[in-house]
Design a protein around this ligand. Sequence first.
Ligand code: KG4
Ligand code: ZN
Length: 361
Amino acid sequence: MRVLGIETSCDETAAAVVACDGRESPEILSNVVLSQIDEHAAFGGVVPEIAARAHVEALDGVIEAALADAGVSLDRIDAVAATAGPGLVGGLIVGLMTAKAIAAASGKPLIAVNHLEGHALTGRLTDGLAFPYLLLLVSGGHTQIVLVRGVGDYERWATTIDDALGEAFDKTAKLIGLPYPGGPNVEKAARDGDPRRFAFPRPLKGEARPDFSFSGLKTAVRQAASAIAPLSDKDVADISASFQAAIAETLVDRVSRSLERFHREQPAVAEPVLVVAGGVAANRAIRTALETTCKRHGFRFVAPPQVLCTDNAAMIAWAGIEHIRAGIEEPDAMTTAPRSRWPLDTSSIPLIGSGRRGAKA
Ligand code: KG4
Ligand code: ZN
């Protein structure tokens, strides 16, 4: 089985072909990701209108490249899977309409995929994980812990009550004069900094509820920065290091709640797994902290390769394959509409302010 995946929910135009034959492990035949970072950098963040136009211009070429890299033509593809949400609606329309056109012209089925499901199932593509396992999704638009019970069967255990973690990195970077995207630049600056110079808060630390909060941390950074402005390179490094230390400590505390819950509720799982996804998973300090926490709680820590943690179309193609293998009945493909909001766990209530930006997943 070969599936063409298309991803356009934010600022990456992506297409990929993933194959899976019988019992063999799946194979990523191609994975093309065109980042729009340069087009948005001058604005300090993703501009939806620019993103949608850039997807229109790039998508055909990216799909052609994905097919060429995979060495297959459209008639050797069994289905087309495209992200239908959540994300920026302009980009979603571009990707989904293109997928519908390809499906209609080639007579192949169309699978409308939830972008978050792509992230949630990546650990099965890369590491063959068995259900159930825990997913920590930390990206520019989401910060969630999800129990992945099966294909289409997700339970959200924790979410942010304000900013997403990547958003906190990006806003902090902006406050201290580091360029967009903030996360990697904060991490780089933190390398030479003193993590003990600023005593930033550890939001919700010690609380029984498992959720996340980052906006207070950002406010504390703003206050510290304005108190010592103008900032020297050393100040920027120290703020970055202190911020990152606060984040790592907060994550460890928050994630531990869900690891403990998993042990309580899933005692039959012999080798519990926490898999991480999203751009923030690239952060070394955070990875190390999570690795240590998992070890302490008897969990295996799985971090897929960086290109498959950040937004890509291989995860969308893979989610399509999972749908087909699980026999999930797809809604009428041609009338499927893009959804800017689309929670993985439809029974979970949105928490105050969470996912406000709703743009990135
Ligand atoms: O998953 P992603 O590529 O895109 C979506 O949000 O969908 O994640 C991007 C986010 C940005 O907020 C970026 O600043 C953050 O991930 N990020 C990082 C690092 N690399 C990317 N945050 C902290 N440390 C990093 N090394
Ligand atoms: Zn994403």
